[in-house]
Design a protein around this ligand. Structure first.
Ligand code: PMP
Length: 409
């Protein structure tokens, strides 16, 4: 008998299952709004011109394919620290004081997993992480596989399609002191709803009062405002909170999957704020002990591209333009769909949230039975009503609006 005879089939992955249905659909005007990956105005994947340029430089200059250190190359980590912590006074102070420890991770997922493992092993106050309700489907699995338990805090108000500020603040205020709390830095997945800056101040007040340990997950840096630097506004608040002594630490995971389009290259980073250089060295030595048995050292191709993009001024400027192109296109598609729904089809529902929500996703408010009917019309989206704006382009928006109109009236 096979060793695996008793293995039961796992339930199908929500999003991958949708892709299978989409691929099997023979309707030529089928629409895929499931995947969270950027598509251009023709509905095609896009390699960023800055990445193409970096590939060319790398092809000319690469001298080896050696292993990189366990925590990634020193050059990569220095450039990441500069990208994240050199644009505000508090960030600069943290860098100067040797309080930032950065390591390369395997994109956002791998970085979060390493942070989870580190917290579970070394954080003495709690083994529990609160995540927003709803959150990215993988968050709970990543953190629980890292040995932590998870709970939820209120986040989204289904009646107003906006942030449930009172619920959020109340749930954080009711948490056990010291609890870990995961926060989406910007472009919350799946809702597209972020706290405004003054709401972040209130969140930070509660985090400070309850001594919560924040983990910021930043997978869409640049997609909120169109600028990766402007999107650091909330990180600046956390930096300042540390410098002002309101909170003592926070953790950050960051991904280049979306903002450099390096999805399959698996490149990102994790950062921890420490008390100072001596603690940074101790923590780094233990971080190496966490990473080594997981995957020895991170992949180097994507991180070499990131090094080139962040250090070559012309390519860096191109990258900023590329992010702007992606972000502008998503905003355009939001407007186009809104215009079709309201002006062409005269849909009676309020679609303002389509315009107000940020980033790659819109939480439409469509109910499960409406989603089912959309899928019957060859429009594919997850059962929670989330649509990936990246899947909309000028040639399919009319069909999409018509289908949404039909299932909502
Ligand atoms: N966090 C959030 C909120 C995400 O949406 C994603 C991507 N879907 C990630 C992290 C990590 O993705 P990756 O591992 O591809 O960087």
């Amino acid at each position: 008998e096979s060793a695996w005879a008793s293995v039961q089939a796992a339930p199908a992955d929500k999003i991958l299952g949708l892709t299978v249905l989409y691929n099997n659909d023979t309707n030529p005007s089928k629409i895929n709004l499931g995947v969270g990956a950027y598509r251009d105005n023709d509905g095609k994947p896009w390699i960023l011109p800055s990445v193409k340029a970096a590939e060319q430089v790398l092809a000319q200059t690469e001298t080896n394919k050696e292993y990189v250190p366990i925590v990634g190359s020193p050059k990569f980590n220095e450039l990441i620290k500069k990208m994240l912590y050199s644009h505000d006074e508090a960030g600069k102070k943290l860098l100067e004081d040797g309080r930032v420890l950065t390591a390369q991770g395997i994109s956002g997922t791998g970085s979060l997993r390493v942070l989870g493992e580190f917290v579970r092993t070394f954080y003495p106050k709690s083994k529990k992480v609160l995540v927003p309700n709803p959150t990215w489907a993988n968050h709970v699995a990543i953190l629980e596989k890292a040995g932590l338990t998870t709970g939820k805090y209120s986040y989204y108000d289904y009646k107003t399609n906006a942030l449930d500020e009172a619920g959020l603040l109340n749930d954080l205020a009711s948490a056990e002191p010291g609890t870990v709390v995961l926060l989406h830095a910007c472009c919350h997945n799946p809702t597209g709803v972020d706290p405004e800056l003054e709401q972040w101040d209130k969140i930070l007040d509660v985090v400070s009062q309850k001594q919560l340990l924040p983990i910021l997950d930043m997978a869409y840096q640049g997609f909120r405002s169109g600028s990766p630097i402007d999107d650091l506004a909330i990180l600046f608040k956390f930096n300042k909170a540390v410098v002002d002594g309101k909170i003592s630490n926070f953790l950050l995971s960051q991904s280049f999957a979306k903002n450099m389009g390096l999805y399959g290259e698996r490149v990102g980073s994790l950062s921890l704020i420490t008390a100072g250089p001596e603690e940074t060295a101790r923590v780094k030595s233990q971080l190496e002990k966490v990473i080594r048995p997981l995957y020895s050292s991170p992949p180097s191709h994507g991180s070499k591209l990131v090094e080139i993009i962040l250090s070559d001024d012309a390519i860096y400027q191109q990258w900023l333009k590329d992010v702007r192109v992606m972000s502008d296109r998503l905003v355009e598609m939001r407007k186009l769909l809104h215009d079709k729904l309201k002006n062409t089809y005269k849909n009676p529902l309020n679609w303002d949230h389509l315009l107000n929500q940020k980033g790659m996703f819109c939480y439409t408010g469509l109910k499960e039975d409406q989603v089912k009917r959309l899928i019957e019309k060859s429009v594919y989206l997850t059962s929670d009503g989330r649509i990936s704006i990246a899947g909309i382009y000028p040639a399919n928006v009319d069909n999409l609006a018509k289908a949404i109109h039909e299932v909502t009236t």
